[in-house]
Design a protein around this ligand. Structure first.
Ligand SMILES: [Zn+2]
Ligand SMILES: [Zn+2]
Length: 244
């Protein structure tokens, strides 16, 4: 047996023994679980369900509207065409996102990525998937500070599962802005205006834009504006959590 084969076999054996001794834990309650999304069955059942929402921007709608759209989307449609949000922004999703973003818990991104995969297997059914996945870029200063882009980490397992290209260079965040949290809707719009620049054409492409949380949608809107200017045909927004 060649040396590299011996090493591969040994490392597989060690991984197996390690997993037997220390089974992977649920990301919410630490109960042992081997599920792909790293959630035990109980925590998975208890996940919050997104209320009835606008098909285009995922704004919660009460009561439902006839065409499934909120009033702003009917009168002044955003530059994206549909939003798939996994959860409302409420516990325990809020703490998962904080753990991911500020405590470098990348296992959470993989877990949420798997929840997206489960959802999209139903949501897209026979429909074609987008041509590429574009995680919302961070400004280089923010990326240096954090060490990773949470949107890229969320998108990675989805891209792998559906064999879709991940576009992390086509659009850049060229304006360093203050954090959006704590700002009012109008202030958010102003803060993020012209923050993105495209470095390629997107003529005729269908794109999935990924972000962790969508609040007023101003960041997504600004990024999608640039993509549509570059010729994007259709944009789906994939976000982990939507604030109502
Ligand atoms: Zn659990
Ligand atoms: Zn809407």
């Amino acid at each position: 047996m060649r040396w590299e084969n011996v090493i591969t076999h040994s490392s597989r054996f060690i991984t197996r023994v390690f997993n037997q001794l220390f089974p992977p834990a649920c990301i919410l309650c630490t109960y042992p679980t081997r599920s792909a999304n790293s959630l035990c069955s109980r925590c998975q059942q208890d996940l919050p369900i997104l209320p009835y929402h606008c098909q285009q921007c995922a704004q919660f709608l009460s009561p439902p509207t006839v065409n499934g759209l909120c009033t702003p989307c009917q009168h002044q449609p955003p530059p994206f065409d549909r939003t798939y949000a996994l959860f409302p922004y409420q516990p325990p999703i809020t703490s998962l996102i904080v753990q991911l973003k500020f405590h470098h818990q990348l296992a959470i991104a993989r877990a949420i990525g798997h929840l997206f995969i489960q959802r999209f297997q139903q949501a897209y059914g026979g429909q074609p998937l987008p041509d590429l996945i574009l995680p919302i870029p961070l400004h280089p200063n923010r990326l240096r500070e954090r060490g990773f882009n949470q949107a890229v980490e969320l998108a990675r397992p989805i891209a792998r599962a559906f064999n879709l290209p991940l576009d992390i260079k086509g659009v850049k965040r060229t304006k360093h802005t203050a954090a959006q949290s704590g700002l009012l809707a109008k202030e958010r719009e102003h803060n993020i205006a012209n923050a993105f620049t495209a470095y390629r054409a997107y003529s005729g492409l269908t794109i999935a834009v990924v972000d962790d949380v969508v609040t007023t949608g101003s960041t997504i809107t600004e990024c999608c504006k640039v993509l549509k200017q570059q010729g994007a045909k259709w944009i789906d927004v994939w976000c982990c959590a939507r604030r109502g």
